[in-house]
Ligand binder design. Structure first.
Ligand SMILES: NC(=O)c1ccc[n+]([C@@H]2O[C@H](COP(=O)([O-])OP(=O)(O)OC[C@H]3O[C@@H](n4cnc5c(N)ncnc54)[C@H](OP(=O)(O)O)[C@@H]3O)[C@@H](O)[C@H]2O)c1
Length: 310
């Protein structure tokens, strides 16, 4: 498999026998990724809060590919109780997991708190994915123990916003909800959390044949702009400029597919961040900070343990 800006689903290897779980796999980049992986015979679980939308997406996939194996796991990242239930449901249904894609996300909604008291972007984009990953780790390890090197992967779909929009000082441990900051800063902060989560996963579990990567998909036309259009009225005016020339999800998911399957990924890439397509570098200063990653890990574990989720 080559590293190329024209990388697409046709370059994917056969994925027969591989099990994938992807959050938000029914729309945008997630749907394009689900469609591509299923087209290469992977069994894909869409983890979603939107069952009707996911059923429609699966129908659409099967209309073109009747043999596609795509199933639903119900899970709302906005409520950690639901994440735990969804993970338990998946663990009862499957005996292996090769690729976990933490893809679902929201960008710049107005400030609000989840039932667990976390700012909605922080929980949806980071904390809920930290919980999901942690609950699925035993199955990932089990699968990795009988798989060739670099087969079993955890991807965090981050963004270049991790370096462009996060606070200049990095993770804000004194106020993780960033109460007084803009929705854009909170988005960048949550995406920096994604990069640091991957760094910690690699540091802690690289010796268990688990490959953990974060990535920026590029600017892609999807529903993600719903958030900023709600919180930042001016966004509707500048959106055409921001998205000028941007691809749709089918082309735009190339970096996710590359990170999920490419055999060009090396052992020493573990924990790294990739820009489209398969490009090393581009990570911000804080995204390489192992001490900050360790503090974020402790904070996330602590919150989840105190809440009774771990
Ligand atoms: N598009 C871009 O230009 C771009 C650039 C950089 C990074 N990204 C990242 O790419 C990822 C995918 O975004 P996208 O562009 O494909 O946007 P999208 O079309 O809006 O898709 C986002 C997905 O996340 C799901 N989601 C949101 N809140 C959820 C919750 N509480 N529980 C479960 N699922 C939830 C949505 O499901 P519902 O239908 O239920 O809302 C949807 O399937 C995000 O992490 C985003 O930050 C995108």
């Amino acid at each position: 498999m080559t590293k190329s800006s024209t990388f697409d689903a046709s370059a994917l290897p056969d994925l027969t026998g591989r099990v994938v779980l992807i959050t938000g796999g029914h729309s945008g980049l997630g749907l394009a990724t689900t469609t591509a992986l299923a087209s290469k015979n992977a069994k894909v679980y869409i983890a979603t809060r939107s069952i009707t939308k996911a059923e429609a997406a699966i129908q659409e996939i099967k209309n073109n590919n009747p043999n596609a194996q795509v199933e639903i796991v119900e899970l709302d990242l906005g409520d950690l109780r639901s994440v735990k239930k969804g993970a338990e449901d998946f663990l009862q249904r499957e005996t292996s997991l090769h690729i976990l894609i933490n893809n679902a996300g929201i960008m710049c909604p107005p400030f609000s708190l989840t039932p667990q008291g976390h700012e909605t972007q922080l929980q949806t984009n980071h904390l809920a994915h930290h919980l999901l990953t942690t609950l699925l780790l035993p199955l990932l390890f089990k699968t990795a123990s009988t798989s060739p090197p670099r087969t079993v992967r955890v991807l965090n779909v981050s963004s270049d916003a991790h370096r462009k929009l996060a606070p200049k000082t990095g993770i804000s441990f004194s106020d993780m909800n960033l109460t007084d900051k803009s929705p854009w800063t909170r988005y960048g902060h949550s995406k920096l959390c994604n990069v640091l989560h991957s760094l910690s996963l690699a540091e802690k579990y690289g010796n268990q044949n688990l490959l953990s990567l974060s990535l920026h998909p590029g600017t892609v036309k999807t529903n993600l702009s719903h958030g900023p259009r709600t919180s930042t009225p001016l966004y509707a005016l500048i959106q055409p400029l921001i998205e000028w020339g941007a691809p749709g999800p089918t082309e735009g998911c190339a970096n996710i597919l590359w990170c999920a399957t490419s055999d060009s990924v090396r052992d020493d890439d573990n924990g790294m961040y990739f820009e489209p397509v398969g490009k090393r570098g581009g990570v911000g200063r804080h995204g390489r900070d192992a001490v900050m990653a360790g503090r974020l890990w402790e904070w996330s574990q602590g919150v989840l343990e105190r809440g009774g989720f771990l």
